[in-house]
Design a protein around this ligand. Structure first.
Ligand SMILES: Cc1ncc(C[n+]2csc(CCOP(=O)(O)OP(=O)(O)O)c2C)c(N)n1
Ligand SMILES: [Mg+2]
Length: 255
């Protein structure tokens, strides 16, 4: 596993005694996808066997500073799995906005009105690269995540999973609520689960059911259980509704 600077760097520790029971290489912020590509190639060239190499990076390390190396690895169809765990800000350094922070969210660098710009859609950027596998997942739906990861492991080439991962400290809620907050994101359509494989897009449940029955909960149900949206204006709330609509329309056309 290749980990650039992030909260995960702190949690996994260093080889040979990592907390996740697999070798971890800690790398500079911008380089996760290129180091992972290089390790995979070197394992093959040195006849070390068919060992999976996974880059595990935050939203800052992926959507912002690692975007160039990520795009390069995707374009070369490097044989790696890249997992972006998306807690929607630079959490490890004290809650600064990233391009993956949603509209209206408070961070220490968007302290007054919340973020004004829309959330960068990294999964769609990866689909545009024409890679063999792209999926979105959520920590509230571990079976869905597990199944997607299992399918990704069987495919060759560049595979990308964006995992929505609420941060209690940065999003301002009690950590006992983490799964409920992640679930609310899906139930309100602020996070949509899907999978892109062999050039075909499929929406995953429960998002599929919610889209088919037009039964998303109001976005406010997701916002009110977190402190980071406590001061959101009516205008930015409207932006969130528009963004949800755009996403749903795009997905409906793409399936
Ligand atoms: C080149 C460089 N710039 C800045 C930092 C400081 N830094 C370490 S972790 C981090 C935040 C990473 O954010 P993200 O990728 O979203 O992961 P998270 O902390 O949210 O888990 C920053 C800015 C660094 N280590 N290297
Ligand atoms: Mg982050």
């Amino acid at each position: 596993m290749v980990v650039p600077a992030s909260c995960t760097s702190v949690v996994v520790g260093t080889s040979p005694k990592t907390s996740i029971g697999m070798p971890v290489v800690h790398v500079p912020f911008a380089s996760a996808a290129s180091v992972a590509s290089g390790i995979r190639e070197s394992l093959l060239i040195n006849n070390k066997g068919d060992i999976h190499v996974i880059a595990w990076a935050g939203d800052g390390g992926t959507a912002d500073i690692g975007m160039a190396s990520l795009s390069g690895a995707a374009e070369r169809n490097s044989d790696i799995i890249y997992i972006m765990y998306d807690n929607e800000a630079y959490m490890n350094t004290g809650i600064q906005r990233s391009s993956s922070t949603p509209v209206g969210a408070w961070t220490t660098t968007t302290p007054i009105k919340g973020k004004l710009e829309q959330k960068k859609d990294v999964a769609k950027i990866m689909i545009a690269h024409g890679v063999p596998y792209v999926a979105t997942a959520s920590i509230a739906y571990p079976h869905d995540f597990y199944n997607k990861l299992s399918r990704a492991l069987k495919i060759r080439g560049f595979r990308f999973i964006q995992l929505h991962s609420p941060c209690p400290v940065g999003w301002r809620f009690d950590d006992s609520q983490t799964v409920d907050v992640a679930k609310a994101a899906v139930e309100t359509g602020m996070w949509i689960l899907y999978e892109y494989k062999d050039g075909k897009l499929e929406i995953s449940n429960p998002s599929k059911y919610l889209i088919e029955h037009n039964s998303f909960k109001p976005i406010e149900e997701y916002l009110k259980i977190q402190g980071r949206f406590s001061k959101i204006s009516e205008d930015l709330l409207k932006e969130l509704y528009k963004e949800r609509e755009r996403n749903i329309e795009w997905l409906k056309k793409a399936v």
